[in-house]
Design a protein around this ligand. Structure first.
Ligand SMILES: [Fe+2]
Ligand SMILES: [Fe+2]
Length: 217
């Protein structure tokens, strides 16, 4: 074979390998908009498991799981997704979303100070979730479709950034998250299986955090 042909074949294989790597990476990390939808689904499905008549331990586990998921989700949107949206869409929508995050954080803070036996515990959670549902509806019917039109090429990269940031935020809180999920899952076989999967994910996050730390040291 002519040396020029060998070079072409090598370049083709290098290109094919890079393409495969890109496909693998894009399959590993959901796009930013899909990740946001998945987070919303997770919070809402956790809320759907909440019953006022459940044992205090289960209620506390579910509420803490919702609160932590909302805190991390809001931070990812504020640090990565919203700033990118600000560049391509009216500020008013983002400002409204940020105001809603502030109110959500106030209610999360309040719930964290309360005991499940408190008279207004259920009501405070319901107020939080009513606000979250309105906020999620606006994001899923306005902001996310706008992002998919205006940021189409960047959504994969933003999703990867959000995944990395999530690992940084969740890693140091992995013990607390696993404990809350364990409480929430008490007596629920399907939920216990989910806790096992989540714990594996947290372990991965923790290891990844350690590797980063050692790499820097
Ligand atoms: Fe959201
Ligand atoms: Fe949001």
């Amino acid at each position: 074979m002519h040396p020029a042909d060998i070079g072409r074949v090598r370049r083709f294989f290098r290109f094919a390998l890079e393409l495969t790597m890109t496909n693998i990476v894009s399959r590993l990390f959901p796009t930013a908009t899909n990740m946001i939808r998945l987070d919303h689904t997770h919070v809402l499905s956790t809320f759907h498991q909440y019953k006022a008549s459940a044992p205090a331990r289960v209620k506390k586990g579910l509420v803490n799981t919702i609160c932590t998921a909302l805190e991390i989700h809001a931070q990812l949107e504020e640090e990565i997704f919203y700033p990118e949206m600000r560049k391509v869409c009216e500020d008013e929508r983002i400002t409204k979303a940020l105001d809603e995050h502030s109110e959500m954080r106030r209610l999360v803070g309040l719930l964290r100070t309360m005991e499940p036996e408190a008279r207004d515990y259920d009501e405070t959670l319901q107020t939080l979730m009513r606000d979250v549902m309105h906020h999620v509806a606006d994001e899923e019917t306005i902001l996310l479709p706008a992002a998919e039109k205006l940021l189409e090429d960047k959504l994969g990269d933003l999703g990867a950034q959000m995944t990395k940031r999530r690992l940084q935020l969740a890693g140091p809180r992995s013990g607390e998250i696993a404990l809350d999920m364990g409480r929430a899952a008490s007596g629920n076989t399907a939920a216990i299986a989910m806790v096992g999967l989540a714990a594996a994910g947290l372990l991965l996050a923790r290891r990844s955090g350690h590797r980063r730390w050692h790499a820097r040291a």
